[in-house]
Design a binder for this molecule. Structure first.
Ligand code: NDP
Length: 378
């Protein structure tokens, strides 16, 4: 796995916060500039796959404001929706693809990156189709619904010589990034006691088109796959990206059996690390949770509610609150990933990291089903 935090990462993340907030292209590092000029490199052309709520409400608007990316096409099962998007965002109708015609993207030189935003179990096939078309891939979280699918995605991107990144936007969010730095530099010593939780009330607020989240075949699982993966991510951040060695877990009682027929309603789990650190975590589709706290011998850090939502998170520490630039998460992520591609830098959120998290969630489900302690093969 690439080192997730290259030595330049702290100053680079500060830089990202500034450019996305102020649009200060003049601050662009050399690798963001076209060779031998002071002109910004051509914006990377991005295609969105699956025009649902996250693509439509967050990613497409963000792409209108990014410094280093632009929306150049879509993949959709609904051609009429595709034509509306083409008119709204100003790309040619020839750049509307179907899920079965993604191979045609190979001949479109405007497309650099394909961003997969479909239901979880479809990420693998859409990622592999994009890689075969020779395009870099960003896939939404969770990366896939099995470790085997993650391996196939990584192999396809490697064979095609393209990047594979996971849409872990919080790596590009400056407060979260500072928490990572504190963990990596051990400002307070190693974090040994960690708690994290994430959830939202999926019902009855769920819109009909998002009911796939309750369908095990499409979602791969319930709140662990959707919201808990943020907690798994954040806990690993507090351990400087170490993987847990073992997990235990329990499903919580189901109070809405008519709704949660296939996936869990809520669950809680522990993650044990080689140095003796333990994280106590929970995820839910009925509770509005979103926070993290990590304690070390010399101090603590806390991402209070709404730690993992789109709102700007706070970072409190035993030294006092930390102030960092305010950024739009999706703009910062898209620009950050574009600069990683352009600068040939290691990604902060590579496919290998997404695979690690699916290995952990797989172990958590196995522990919840068996009631035992399960070793993590990350
Ligand atoms: P939506 O249901 O709103 O959109 C999914 C889209 O996928 C649909 O609109 C449809 O687009 C396409 N699709 C293709 N096949 C199917 C199918 N069989 N069933 C349903 N939709 C299908 O989901 P979200 O946008 O909320 O989530 C999409 C992905 O993004 C998920 O993996 C989710 O975890 C992730 N996500 C990440 C967030 C983050 O903060 N990083 C936040 C929210 C979601 P079309 O009609 O164009 O074919």
């Amino acid at each position: 796995m690439h080192p997730p935090y290259p030595s330049t990462s702290v100053s680079r993340r500060r830089f990202l916060g500034q450019v996305t907030a102020a649009g200060a292209l003049a601050l662009a590092p050399r690798w963001a500039l076209a060779a031998g000029t002071d002109q910004p490199r051509k914006k990377l052309g991005v295609v969105l796959v699956g025009l649902g709520s996250y693509a439509g409400d967050r990613l497409a608007p963000a792409l209108q404001n990014t410094q280093h990316c632009r929306l150049v096409g879509v993949v959709t099962g609904n051609p009429e929706k595709g034509r509306k998007w083409a008119a709204k965002y100003g790309f040619p109708e020839q750049s509307i693809y179907g899920y079965g015609t993604m191979d045609r993207m190979a001949t479109n030189p405007d497309i650099d990156v394909v961003y997969v935003v479909t239901p979880n179990s479809l990420h693998a096939q859409h990622c592999i189709a994009a890689a075969k078309a020779g395009k870099h891939v960003i896939t939404e979280k969770p990366m896939a619904t099995s470790v085997e699918d993650c391996d196939a995605m990584i192999a396809a991107c490697k064979a095609a010589g393209v990047r594979l990144m996971v849409g872990y936007r919080l790596h590009y969010e400056p407060h979260t990034a500072e928490m990572c730095r504190i963990a990596r530099d051990r400002d307070f010593g190693p974090f040994m006691k960690i708690t994290g939780e994430n959830g939202f009330a999926i019902w009855p607020e769920a819109r009909p088109q998002t009911v796939w989240r309750l369908d095990k075949k499409l979602a791969g699982g319930g709140p662990l796959m959707d919201m808990g993966v943020y907690v798994v991510q954040a806990v690993c951040m507090t351990k400087a990206e170490a993987s847990p060695v073992a997990v235990t877990a329990q499903f919580d009682p189901v109070t809405m059996p008519d709704v949660f027929t296939e996936v869990e309603q809520s669950l809680h789990w522990t993650m044990e690390f080689a140095d003796g650190a333990v994280a106590h975590c929970r995820a839910s589709y009925v509770n509005q949770w979103s926070s993290l706290r990590a304690d070390a011998a010399g101090g603590w850090v806390e991402l209070p509610y709404p730690a993992f939502y789109y709102d700007e998170p706070l970072l409190n520490t035993s030294r006092g609150p930390v102030e960092r630039p305010l950024v739009n998460h999706q703009e910062a992520q898209l620009d950050g990933m574009a600069l990683e591609i352009a600068g040939k830098l290691p990604s902060l959120a590579p496919g290998e990291m997404g695979r690690r998290d699916i290995a952990i969630t797989t172990a958590i489900y196995a522990a919840a089903r068996s009631g035992g302690r399960v070793a993590v093969q990350a």
